[in-house]
Design a binder for this molecule. Structure first.
Ligand code: UD1
Length: 433
């Protein structure tokens, strides 16, 4: 398997383009199933997760035309779901990516039936889909679990708008229900809905397709369904997690970088926390400037929360930053159980971290040392790359496929800013070990 090698100790300088948001693009692609007319999405990042969603949609019969974006920019995907050949999402495709379950709402709403494999567990904890299923049942769907598959149908012919009150916030369940409600009869009210910017982006596309949506970005979303939806053209928002990741990279390595196309307003809580830790972050024309002087950052406590709180998808990267801070910080993970798999790997690089239940006490050390490390999930993997930027010697990150799921051209972007980082193909990596 390919390996990423980072030789630490170089500050970052220059301009780094931020790609379109993976977590916005995935539901937007699923929304392509809602219309017989083409849905065109611009600024789609080049990622393995996007390819997985495209494969799943093609298997349902969706035609997807891809046009290269401008140099370093995202692709434009045109999805045409005129003829659907199957409403079954098979295990082999769904197990690769949990977001596959987002085809459930659109397929059910448009075709009155859908059979979608249960996504199953994943490395960052047991992640059920009960809220998705309960919500669809509230709109009149009949839902059964059989042989590891969700079998959903609409006995009344069409989903009926209704009130769905989520017991806690789920991004995916909110998205699935918004898409289903866009083709349901009458009005649907989602109470305790997720407020993430990706939800707002999905609402923009559904509105362009003909639905009427109020309150996206607040905890109550109202959707007026339509009998049919039209095609639309839409541009994916910039990736706020990628933005936060590279801001943290500057915090770890030092230097000054403009994150081109980034929108700091989408991660205000993370920007505030990083500023408290000592980073200079300013909006400049065309993006966000992030800088750190010669001194390391200081320790600042952090707790992950649903939006607008600090995102769980930046917790591992933030922890990597805190390992080289002056002082100590308490990091608490409230969204996912078992999302501290990066801790032992950071420990192998000399970090001082103690985990107690959902909290990690991080005591900053003056210097990390490079080591071979193992990536366990997407965000954990990138935290090890970031730690490598500050470590002496060479850090070798294995299982790079995790990074390919969510970071578009990571090696190219960091090396263009002066990092000594390379991707070593599997044969060479094996020969050199
Ligand atoms: C999305 C993001 C993911 C991010 C997460 C939280 C995408 C493609 N992925 O994942 O990167 O880490 O939001 O910000 O956008 N839960 C249930 N039952 C359900 C649904 C969720 O118990 O039916 C639990 C989950 O196990 C988790 C919590 O709710 O503990 C939040 O999960 P959710 O917001 O649904 O995350 P995803 O949409 O899967």
């Amino acid at each position: 398997m390919d390996q990423i090698r980072v030789h630490g100790g170089r500050p970052l300088h220059g301009r780094l383009p931020i790609s379109g948001a993976k977590n916005a693009a995935l539901p937007l692609m699923a929304a392509g199933l809602l219309s017989a007319e083409p849905v065109r999405l611009a600024n789609v990042p080049r990622l393995a997760d996007i390819a997985s969603m495209a494969n799943l949609l093609r298997q349902h019969g969706v035609r997807i035309d891809r046009a290269d974006g401008p140099d370093g920019g995202g692709d434009t995907l045109t999805l045409s779901a005129e003829e659907i050949v199957s409403t079954v999402a098979p295990y082999d495709l769904v197990r690769k990516m949990r977001a596959s379950v987002l085809v459930l709402g659109p397929l059910l709403a448009r075709f009155g039936e859908a059979t979608v494999s249960l996504p199953g567990g994943c490395a960052i904890g047991n992640r059920p889909v009960d809220l998705h299923l309960k919500g669809l049942a509230d709109l009149g769907a009949e839902v059964e679990i059989e042989n590891g598959y969700i079998k959903a149908s609409t006995p009344g012919g069409r989903l009926q708008g209704g009130r769905v009150a989520f017991p806690f916030v789920s991004v995916g369940a909110t998205e699935n229900l918004m898409m289903a409600a866009a083709l349901a009869a009458g009005e649907t009210e989602l109470v305790n809905a997720a407020r993430e910017p990706e939800i707002v982006d999905l609402a923009r596309l559904l509105t362009a397709m003909g639905a009427t949506i109020e309150g996206a970005g607040t905890d109550t979303v109202r959707i007026q369904g339509r009998e049919t939806l039209s095609g639309a053209v839409h541009r994916v928002i910039p990736d706020r997690i990628e933005t936060g990741t590279y801001a943290i990279a500057v915090g770890i390595a030092g230097g000054e970088v403009v994150l081109e196309g980034a929108d700091g307003g989408l991660i205000a809580s993370a920007v505030d926390t990083l500023a408290d830790a000592g980073l200079r972050i300013e909006e400049v024309e065309g993006g966000l400037l992030v800088a750190r002087g010669p001194d390391p950052v200081i320790g600042v406590d952090m707790m992950t929360e649903p939006y607008p709180g600090f995102p769980t998808d930046l917790q591992a990267q933030y922890m990597a930053l805190m390992t080289v801070s002056r002082g100590a910080s308490m990091i608490t993970e409230t969204i996912f159980e078992n999302r501290f798999m990066h801790v032992p790997e950071l420990g192998r690089m000399g970090a001082n971290i103690n985990v107690h239940h959902a909290s990690a006490m991080v005591r900053g050390v003056p210097q990390l040392t490079g080591a071979p490390v193992m990536a366990t999930d997407l965000r954990a993997s990138v935290s090890l790359v970031l730690a490598g930027l500050a470590a002496t010697g060479t850090t070798m990150v294995n299982r790079v496929y995790h990074l390919d799921r969510g970071y578009d051209r990571l090696v190219e972007k960091l090396s263009a800013c002066g990092a000594a980082i390379e991707r070593v193909p599997s044969e060479r990596a094996a020969a050199e070990e």
